[in-house]
Design a binder for this molecule. Sequence first.
Ligand code: SAH
Ligand code: TYD
Ligand code: ZN
Length: 415
Amino acid sequence: MTSTCRICAGTVSLFLDLGPQPLSDSFLPAGGPGAGPAPHRYHLLVGACDRCHMVQLLEEVTREDMFNDHYPYRTGGSALMRGHFEDTARELLQGELAGGRGRQGRDPFIVELGCNDGTMLKVLADAGCRHLGVEPSTNIAATAVALGVEVLPAFFDRDTAERILADHGPADVVYAANTVCHIPYLPSILAGVRTLLTDDGVFVFEDPYLGDVVEKNSFDQIYDEHFFLFSATTVAEAARLHGLELVDVRRLPVHGGEVRYTLARPGARPVAAAVADLVRQEDERGLHAAATLTAFADRVRQNTGALVALLERLRSENARVVAYGATAKSATVTNFCGIGPELVTYVVDTTPEKQGTLTPGVGIPVVAPGRFHDDYPDYALLFAWNHADEIIANETAFRDSGGRWITYVPEVGVR
Ligand code: SAH
Ligand code: TYD
Ligand code: ZN
């Protein structure tokens, strides 16, 4: 099975079939009319381009179906991520947004794509920095506005970039976290960035790293919203094909391993040695070799098989098993493995919008942490494994009561 590459129009060949899936953030109310788990809506097929090597989905979900007035994800739901974005904002204020750099006396201006609840931009707003968030999910955009962040409720693309340029002038920095990989129409984003950036401005974005996904078997980073899985090799090529240049990369420990990419107009900035270093590392480990991707797909099938076997054994022993973190990622795991309420009684989540709903496709009830604290189960399957340190540190009483955590990244285990 194949599709056409969104970056270079080459042929994308399938290497991993994760089956029929619901939209990963479609939590539906547990009772009342229209209630029940969201149905399967698309086929989760993962492939790589034979020309530019970009790893991408073969089937796309319409953007308005994913990002709308009831999008449930909130950046501020994790203390670790709040800290990460506060650090990022301060770094930008001291670096790219600090003034100087031939701006001829203009105030520095930053545009954030997918600003979500405003966690990052609030720091810049409080510092008096000229900014604009672009956020199509209007419910969450309203949270940012309430914090004093300026937001344009729209999808960023080439046309939106023209509007922003006309209304605000050029941007010194365009920044995006966990958003660029969500956008199948990436060439339009890159054209928009070229429209909007000053001559020496930068486009800085961070997303889950293919290298970490393959190394850690974190296949649940793949779902409708994560259309691309980037690497230095493929981002460098995408930038080159669309009139920009990859000038820096930095690995980040958040969300199970990400890379922060910096793009600029070709020749406008020196290219940091880190770019060639990471591309070389990817070459040496054969990250884009067909054999690497097929071996990854094999491990995904083995690990998911082991997870289902463990949950079935625990059920046969009458152990009480719940899950922790109603993540978008877990939709891939539960729907691919067929893990429903018969194996996992409920999922704990701190997000008010998710509580009282059913998880997409398999219909596991989402409950507030109180239910967990009132009556600890025997096992908790850690769907939010990327926040393991924070969650396990906050839930020491569960361990003290004899409870055990089940993880499946990088492999299935009980701890
Ligand atoms: N940056 C935040 C949120 C990531 S979730 C963080 O890292 O935690 C992805 C966000 O991108 C969502 O809030 C979604 O509404 C937004 N988004 C999706 N498509 C977009 C587009 N074309 N332009 C701007 N934002 C977009
Ligand atoms: P996350 O892993 O950040 O993202 P995604 O949905 O993209 O896979 O989601 C973490 C989820 O876990 C989110 O719904 C909030 C929840 N959560 C808790 O319930 N308790 C916690 O202590 C933390 C850190 C997160
Ligand atoms: Zn391609």
